[in-house]
Write a protein that binds this ligand. Structure first.
Ligand code: NAP
Length: 325
């Protein structure tokens, strides 16, 4: 069986950047682009950028670029340097020895000297159908990405954790007013961030309420229907956008029991991009719950590629790859 020098799992900005760098380093990277994993995780091909309409903060695109176009350009760039993109997933791993072994969605086991995990994370959604109807037309899970599109509009932020506080505070730069809707009577967020929201003149808080439905005119969001979590009563609140901030889930199910995860499910890093297993590196949102930006994911993809390249060089120098080619 041929030994791949590097296998990249994931095709968002982290995975594609890792492919560009390892491709240029002549490591012939194989990129597993994604899809549904048997664990139930969804590693979307192209990652979260695929549900981002306009990206205005990725350097080099002064006019902005759509999320899908940015992914496609990165993919083309990686292909130019010999990356082998496969429309498939990795749904089982054996990282207990050398070489590292990975099972594809098609059931084939492949071998790799190094692996870069860039499977990303997904925003949690409420799961109501109207979220899909108005996705990118008023419904978003990223204020940094989409906040600027809702200038002088009343926006609703759903959630009571630090993300919701951060998103609400950030959105006051653009929105005419922000209402945080939280299902309980107190925030989970850190005191300082909660107080910033509670004292902000442009933010109101609606406690004990859940979004029952997002309403619109077919083209854009016009209001939300809220249900009291205390007495079940309903009312409607006019707004132009709804930002979900109810947490993210990293796509790490496949790696559970094979490498060290943090208590919140993200991959635990032991060095810059090194995981607890030698030869396995991680980049982007699967290991980063803090920054979660396309550009920071791309930066980590570059770092993981350089780390993998150094290790492959070491393996070549010590003859470890010998007999596996
Ligand atoms: P989180 O702490 O898990 O909070 C999620 C919030 O969403 C909770 O208030 C939860 O309500 C609510 N929620 C969850 N599912 C819901 C549903 N189906 N319907 C309505 N509400 C729902 O997530 P997070 O805010 O994304 O933070 C994740 C981690 O990152 C935390 O450790 C946080 O401290 C950290 N973080 C830090 C910063 C910072 O320091 N600058 C910024 C962002 C995030 P309940 O409270 O009722 O459970």
């Amino acid at each position: 069986m041929a030994l791949h020098k590097v296998v990249i799992i994931g095709s968002g900005p982290a995975g594609q950047t890792a492919a560009i760098y390892t491709g240029r380093a002549r490591l012939a990277p194989v990129v597993f682009e994604g899809g549904f994993l048997s664990s139930g995780d969804l590693m979307t091909s192209g990652g979260q950028l695929m549900i981002t309409s306009e990206v205005e903060n990725f350097p080099g695109f002064p006019e902005g670029v759509t999320g899908p176009e940015l992914v496609e350009r990165c993919r083309e760039q990686a292909k130019r340097f010999g990356a082998d993109h496969r429309e498939d997933v990795i749904d089982e791993v054996d990282l207990g020895g050398f070489p590292l072994r990975l099972r594809t969605g098609g059931g084939e086991w492949i071998e790799a000297a190094t692996v870069i995990i860039a499977t990303g994370a997904n925003a949690r959604w409420l799961g109501i159908p109207s979220e899909q109807t108005y996705m990118n037309r008023g419904v978003s899970a990223c204020a940094t990405c989409d906040g600027a599109f809702y200038k002088d509009v009343h926006v609703v932020v759903v959630g009571g954790g630090d993300s919701a506080m951060e998103e609400a505070t950030f959105l006051t730069r653009y929105a005419s007013h922000v209402t945080v809707v939280h299902r309980r009577d107190s925030f989970r967020a850190s005191k300082i961030m909660a107080e910033r929201v509670q004292k902000h003149p442009k933010i109101s808080v609606r406690y004990n309420a859940a979004v029952d439905e997002i309403l619109g005119d077919g083209r854009k969001v016009t209001s939300v229907r809220l249900q009291s979590t205390v007495d079940g009563s309903m009312d409607e609140m006019a707004c132009g956008a709804v930002f979900m901030a109810i947490g993210h889930s990293p796509n790490t199910q496949v790696f559970r029991n094979h490498l060290e995860l943090r208590p919140d499910g993200y991959i635990a890093l032991k060095g810059w991009t090194q995981t607890s297993v030698p030869g396995v590196f991680a980049a982007g949102d699967v290991a980063d719950s803090r920054y979660r930006q396309a550009i920071s994911a791309a930066g980590m993809g570059c770092m993981a590629a350089i780390d993998a390249e150094k290790l492959v060089e070491e393996y070549e120098a010590t003859g470890r790859l010998h007999g596996h080619a």
